[in-house]
Ligand binder design. Structure first.
Ligand SMILES: [Zn+2]
Ligand SMILES: [Zn+2]
Length: 163
């Protein structure tokens, strides 16, 4: 019996493929408190990507330290928000798309994804905020825990103690 090419080298399923790309995107993050990457997709085509990073033209947390507020770094724009912003900046339609993100969206990013018309959110690991599960179910957003199939991320440095 002749083996089909996919039996010799199994191809990545679509969710695994896009989440692996989100993991590569995360390696560009500049806030070492959390490396997060995001990819927005529709019809199996990548429309936009984003990672945790500072305001354009501002120094990176990894160079100058964090801007801490109530236990969170507020210097950066989150990966999902940056993916939405990149689409807006380039005039790319993301309505009805899916968002792959390596860590589950925080409450703010979840709200932004919902109003950007994202109908499916795949996350790699749970980060924080359980409210997203309840609200996603209520407004018809499919929320999927896919795990992190792809590349491994750089190790996080020890968490600094807040002042
Ligand atoms: Zn930071
Ligand atoms: Zn966020």
């Amino acid at each position: 019996m002749r083996l089909m090419p996919e039996e010799i080298r199994p191809r990545a399923a679509w969710d695994e493929y896009f989440m692996s790309i989100a993991q590569v995107v995360a390696t560009r993050s500049t806030c070492p408190r959390k490396y997060v990457g995001s990819v927005i997709v529709r019809d199996r085509t990548i429309l936009s990507t984003g990672y945790n990073g500072s305001i354009r033209g501002m120094p990176h947390c990894s160079d100058v330290g964090h801007m801490m507020e109530e236990g969170h770094c507020v210097a950066t724009i989150h990966a999902e928000a940056n993916a939405i912003i990149q689409a807006a900046k380039n005039g790319v339609l993301i309505d009805g798309g899916s968002c792959y993100v390596t860590a589950s969206p925080c409450w703010n990013c979840f709200k932004q994804l919902a109003n950007a018309g994202i109908t499916r959110i795949c996350f790699g690991e749970f980060y924080r905020d359980n409210r997203i599960f309840e609200i996603a179910a209520k407004i018809g957003i499919e929320l999927v825990h896919t795990g992190l199939p792809g590349v491994s991320l750089p190790a996080l440095p020890p968490t600094p103690t807040p002042e």
